[in-house]
Design a protein around this ligand. Structure first.
Ligand code: MLT
Length: 394
């Protein structure tokens, strides 16, 4: 037996596991200190009433012989796929229900989708970005090249025709920087992908945080995307489903290469390796897309947006450069005094008991930056900003 040797090429721990380990070690050594966590983007508000009502009703259905359900469709129940399709329609995007696959979240599908692609593909990933894209490809032995996202290009790299790529990852609004592509900018990527015969794997997990009008809500707002893109989305950040688990992946019928349909391959893959998201959870997810559900989740999103403003105001007062917070729940800031990301992480943890995520964990270009999440409670966010201000204005 031989283990997968490509695991030697990734760091020992996943970024957020590494942060959690370091925080656990600190807490063990300093049990009396109250640690405030603005690291991993985990929501803190409970599920909204409309979702809870739907979950409860589904539990009742499962407890009656007449309405009990066993295995569901691999690709998700039609009631949820239709609700998602209607949500896209409201944003001006037409999708057939059989182009929508219900999943247990964007992270799983972003990794699992690689099953349908050959190992020989060249993968283009923006740097910095959500570490799952790089780690999952390196684990599979694929070659990864990077698109440089820097302050100079507003953390929005554009296509370079002198470089060929087969699989292109995009995350917009971007995790961690919060930068969001406009439809016109995305059109350039779609044109590039179609010309190169590449696929865009588009992570839209933060689309519900978009406030700026010209930022694209979906890659499918762009003409030509149906022949080159797959979109991943999640209810984790949209509706507080980080622990409940539900998302969806959109694969258009036109995404075909050499007569082979990506949509059909994905269905084949899912029906072989996945038994679907629990019926109860899918009922809760469908409630997110109801009129009342949308109103309720918008209130929660507004709460997190106010937290983002609290953090941004604190950075303004300290004169610290930052971006994000407008189309995303993350503030991406420059570490003060030229500190490195993990140095600043240690300083905040040891001196202020505030946890953030080191920018270096998102890629080489993230070195010297730091990410704070707006998903904490109002009280924790305010207290954390107060502590950071006290520490850094000393
Ligand atoms: C993040 O903090 O970037 C995300 O919550 C991590 C994840 O979704 O896996």
């Amino acid at each position: 037996m031989n283990f997968n040797r490509y695991f030697n090429d990734i760091s020992e721990n996943y970024l957020f596991a590494e942060v959690a380990n370091r925080v656990a070690a600190y807490t063990k050594a300093n049990p009396a200190k109250k640690v405030l966590k603005l690291g991993i983007g985990d929501v803190t508000l409970p599920l909204v009433p409309e979702v809870v009502k739907a979950l409860r009703a589904a539990v009742d259905e499962m407890s009656e012989k007449a309405t009990f359900r066993g295995y569901g469709p691999y690709e998700g129940y039609d009631f949820l796929r239709e609700a998602i399709s209607q949500y896209y329609k409201n944003a001006g995007v037409n999708l057939a229900t059989d182009e929508i696959f219900v999943s247990d979240g964007a992270k799983s599908d972003l990794g699992n989708i690689l099953d349908i692609f050959a190992k020989e593909n060249t993968v283009l990933v923006p740097d910095p970005v959500y570490p799952v894209y790089v780690d999952t490809n390196v684990m599979a032995g694929r070659k990864v090249i990077f698109a440089q996202a820097t302050e100079a290009n507003g953390f929005l790299p554009m296509p370079d025709y002198s470089v060929h790529a087969d699989i292109i990852y995009m995350c917009s609004p971007n995790n961690p920087t919060g930068a969001a592509y406009t439809v016109a900018q995305l059109k350039e990527w779609v044109d590039y992908a179609n010309k190169e015969g590449a696929v865009i794997l588009y992570d839209a997990a933060y689309e519900c945080f978009i406030t700026e009008k010209d930022a694209a809500r979906s890659v499918f707002c762009v003409d030509g995307a149906r022949t080159c893109a797959i979109e991943f989305c999640s209810l984790s950040k949209t509706a507080g489903f980080t622990g409940t688990r539900c998302g969806y992946t959109v694969i258009p019928r036109e995404l075909v290469k050499d007569g082979v349909s990506a949509n059909k391959m994905w269905l084949r893959r899912q029906s072989t390796k996945f038994n679907g998201v629990p019926y109860i959870v899918q009922r809760g997810a469908a409630a997110v897309f109801s009129e009342k559900g949308q109103k309720e989740i918008r209130e929660n999103i507004a709460y997190y947006q106010r937290n983002a403003k609290t953090i941004a105001d604190g950075m303004d007062e300290l004169g610290i450069w930052y971006t994000g917070g407008k189309n995303s729940p993350y503030i991406w800031l420059k570490c003060p005094d030229g500190m490195k990301s993990w140095e600043f992480f240690d300083l905040l943890l040891n001196e202020a008991q505030v946890v953030g995520t080191p920018g270096a964990g998102f890629g080489v270009n993230g070195e010297g930056y730091f990410r704070l999440t707006a998903f904490g409670s109002k009280e924790v966010t305010e207290e954390a900003v107060k502590r950071i201000k006290q520490l850094l204005s000393k």
